[in-house]
Design a protein around this ligand. Sequence first.
Ligand SMILES: *[C@@H]1O[C@H](CO)[C@@H](O)[C@H](O)[C@H]1NC(C)=O
Ligand SMILES: [Zn+2]
Length: 468
Amino acid sequence: CTVLGIPRNTTLSLLDSTGAMVSIDPTIVKWYEFELFCVVPSYTFLPTDKEELFQNVLTQVAEQFSRAFKINELKTEVTNRVAMLEKRVERESHSTVSVCVFISPQRRSSLLHHSDSNFLDDKKKLTPRRDVPSYPKYHLSQETVEALRHPTFDVWQWETNEMLSCLEHMYNDLDLVKGFNMNPITLKSWLLCIHDNYQVNPFHNFRHCFCVTQMMYSMICLCSLQEIFTQVDILILMTAAVCHDLQHPGYNNTYQINARTELAVRYNDISPLENHHCAVAFQIFSQPDCNIFSTFDAEAFKQIRQGIITLILATDMARHGEILDSFKHKVDRFDFSDEEHVTCLKMVLIKCCDISNEVRPMEVAEPWVDCLLEEYFMQSDREKAESLPVAPFMDREKVTKPTAQIGFIKFVLIPMFETVMKLFPQIDKVMIQPLRESRDRYEELKQIDDAMREEEGKPTNLYQGMST
Ligand SMILES: *[C@@H]1O[C@H](CO)[C@@H](O)[C@H](O)[C@H]1NC(C)=O
Ligand SMILES: [Zn+2]
């Protein structure tokens, strides 16, 4: 809009080189290399609060992006191109005002993934919207519904409304809505409120919530968990997955503790983030419009609440060793009628889903590593600025994609999934095999990296990082 010199709230259409309308959705990112788009303004409308909010977010995003990625270079490049193209447009005397810009999908996706804002005290967002949930009822195709049941599902293809529809579908498909007499409108309001309470971090954002929940749903299907768990357990597993990173600020527990943030003070350094995610979840349930548990009696609610708290608190990676050890002790003589055993299994399951990106196909998994590193760099930059300890695996000077992933896949992911495999052998082919392939691929990439570094005479990066 700025380039066209038209009001900032003008609706724009995107046309491809043939003049066909292009839908502005994440599939654009999938188009390889550079694609020529034509940006055409259509009608104008009055700005609402939401648009203003969006503008603010965009401004913040632009600022962040600018700082992180030297936007001036990009700006000059785009300005030059626009000037050139405008001249061409003039020459060819098009009747409509339009400019063409090249948008690299990579740039577009990194633009979309940026932001830095602290909403921890944003009480407003906990209030459910008074109006009936308005996200269009996207009809999910039969193909989508089937694909949703597998870890191969392409999680990047969908915009927010579609992810919300998918989540809604999972609750229906698992018979949690009819079975527990849930109000379908409440389910929608709740999901919208969940979405509003995920921040636009590079990694810990609503799409991550969607991924974890979709992986949980895949595991429920793959391992026929409905045959061994009660429906209440299934409800706990799914709901804990949906809520597990609510209002994640993008800086981890160690940062919170070292920087003595409000969260660390409130929770006495004990899993500050996970305690917060969980508290936010139950603040949301305390709103009647969002209480999907309103049909349960007090006793059942207590049980569900305890279950969800236990699972969300189990996602603190500081407790990884403790939880996995406890599970290893039970797994060889696992007793599905023993409540303690079942609780431990549920904790391991949510942990698996939380860090399951590398289980997904390489094209789906790899962009998540960039997102994670971006969030890590944001943290380490801040730690340097505030003279706090910095972990080498978060340091942009020290870490690379392969070094970040190899150790994590070998020493965290594979051992945990192999332990779960003792109960559910079917995950070997579907979940562990992709992990082994990813490990091998990153080891190859690391060798190439090292060879290149040696050639450049730089010291070889020996650090094998851990990530969560
Ligand atoms: C959190 O960040 C610190 C650096 O401040 C790092 O040492 C620690 O390992 C990180 N924790 C996780 C779980 O990634
Ligand atoms: Zn998570």
